[in-house]
Design a protein around this ligand. Sequence first.
Ligand code: DGJ
Length: 745
Amino acid sequence: MSIRIDSEYGILTLHTAHTTYQMQIGRGGHLLHVYYGPRAEGMFARSIVPADHGFSMNPYEIREGRNYSVDQLPLEYPGSNIGDFRTAAVDLISDKGICGCDFRVRSYDTEKRVYTLRGMPAARDPEAESETLHVVLTDEATGLEAELQYGVFFEKDVITRAVRLKNAGDHAVTLLAAASMCLDLPERYTERIHFYGRHTMEMQEERCVLAHGIQTVSSGRGMSGHHHNPFTIICEENTTEEQGWCIGVMPVYSGNHRTDIEVDQKESVRVVTGINRDTFTWRLEPGEIFETPQVLLTFSREGLESLSQQMHRFFRKHILRWPEEWKKPPVLLNSWEAVFMDFDEKRICALAEQAARLSADLFVLDDGWFAGRSSDTRALGDWTADTEKFPHGLSAVEEAVRDHGLSFGIWIEPEMVSEDSELFRKHPDYALRVPGRNPVMGRDQLVLDLSRQDVVDCIYGQIARLLEDGGIRYVKWDANRNLADLYSMALPPDRQREVSHRYVLGMYNLMERLISAFPHVLFEGCAGGGGRFDAGILYFFPQIWGSDDTDAVARLSIQRGYSFGYPPECVGAHVSDVPNGQTGRTVPLSLRALTAMSGTFGLELDPARLSEEEKEELRRYVGIYRKYAGLIRTGVYSRLRGERGLDPLFAWEIRAEDASEALVFAADTDPQANAKAVTWYLRGLQEQAQYRLTCVEPETVQAGDRTLSGQIFSGAELMQGAFATRPFSGNAPAALYYFERIECE
Ligand code: DGJ
């Protein structure tokens, strides 16, 4: 049993295979958070030592001795206006004028099944492995109830959290903040790692020492954003890849998110995560319910590597869902960087033929195919084929693609509309827009008001018509601007700050309906690259285009960043042309191909511009990817080199769960003269087992005087430095080593 309840002492304990999470009902009925760490039996509530706290107040009923203050206690889900001066999880004002809420435990129970959220993604549980704890808190003055939900995924070492807020009072309340969770931690957590970035440079790892006060990772862009990915890690000073305590906090949400980490006057650390309160309010009439997005929590005492592996395993089973026919992943050729919008039927058919010659499985027609889309300033919203470019309709292209033995895929940007489009001319009110103000333009386009059901229905109809003849097997779903002008014609004035969250709900509704109606279609998310790369999108679309920067050197740090929270097979990564369109850099095909292999592996170039030798090379890489795709998509991932921009040599290992084989990718972005040999320390192999090395790329590698391919090492040797290679040299050199466990003679 993973949930244990000790009613005598009011202790609620959640166990996973290697972790324990404990709460206690405090003297005044406050729910206290007393432990999250390595698996342990015991009562961690004893860590709370009564003491007088100057300028921290005491609840009315427990004021004797002045040593019980909610400003000092670790609270599981703190309200506001109650003398806890740290960041609140919930804030509100009621129609009676009551501000804040004072939560006390009313009841708790457990269930042997996973909880779900209305209209929002929540971890799936296909084999009914999880258990749920519900704890109901109430605020007497307003009648607000908070039902805290904990999903315990024992084998995966993940606990999910979400909250159902119900107005059980007789007056409406307006929520001013409604976080998904709070986690009050001891002072041993002194650092955080987050992933900042920008368009074409997402997921840059940054590690900071926590300072007194509040530090925030957030987005107010209506999307999770390129700028601060919602995934955050809280850790100790000495946490490394291989050791140290750390906690991963992953909101399953694609809109305005916010994680506040507050270090208080006595160095306790409070983490509050959920919808960004800056752009949010929600009115709850008596009887109404508001559900927060889900957050995934995972803890490791063995450093960042195991933390990431726990997240990867969890995603693979409980978040990602692949259409049956795409479980074997397609190698696709995408038309964008090959031809941009400069094409017609003939050019597209020729490109598809080239894709087939490179032995791709899928051809994707990117932006520019629909009526009037002569540039990126127009025609979004009209999802029918352009008859000038395609006089015989899209079906002729589909057929040609199929004749080459390929599946057909297409690009759409369904959340957006151009002013110069039929949709906008017919329904100008469908766009988000503040009355009396000119709208803010982004890439010359406006955002559709998906907070409205009629708009969602209209877009659903358009996209369903496109997909209904079954010819399209893959959809790239793009979104090339952030949200501003938050105002919906369909909502009354006092509900306008609900628009950004209602937008996300409308978008999820659209996505859910489409994936249910067209289960054979593989959807790939995209928002100008990784502008909305989060667990919410990945619940519907199992892969997301990682970045509009396809330069392989830049991609190394971007993809390394994703690996902290997300498994490699969900990161869209393609081999593009040189010089690279974004950075102007020219790097060899080997680096471009191996980097793409550390993600979904696709092609993003016009093969007609390649020499016959280059095409042959590329075909060889497609073959290599196919050979190892199964391992890449299911394997255990370890970052070996490339730390935080300090190490120019990037390397990662992906090995089978049973350690029977392992791949090591390596790329040196700054080879030095007179450098020393590279000594490798592999991870997770069987010490006693023997492994045969194959140098896949380059085909032979010298260490000292020896050629390494074919040599046999023990697992212990590989993990403890016996495998060394000559220093890398040349222009952005890359390597791929494969180790296979062999039977001992
Ligand atoms: C941004 C995407 O990230 C690109 O790959 C491409 O699809 C363009 N949009 C098309 O407009």
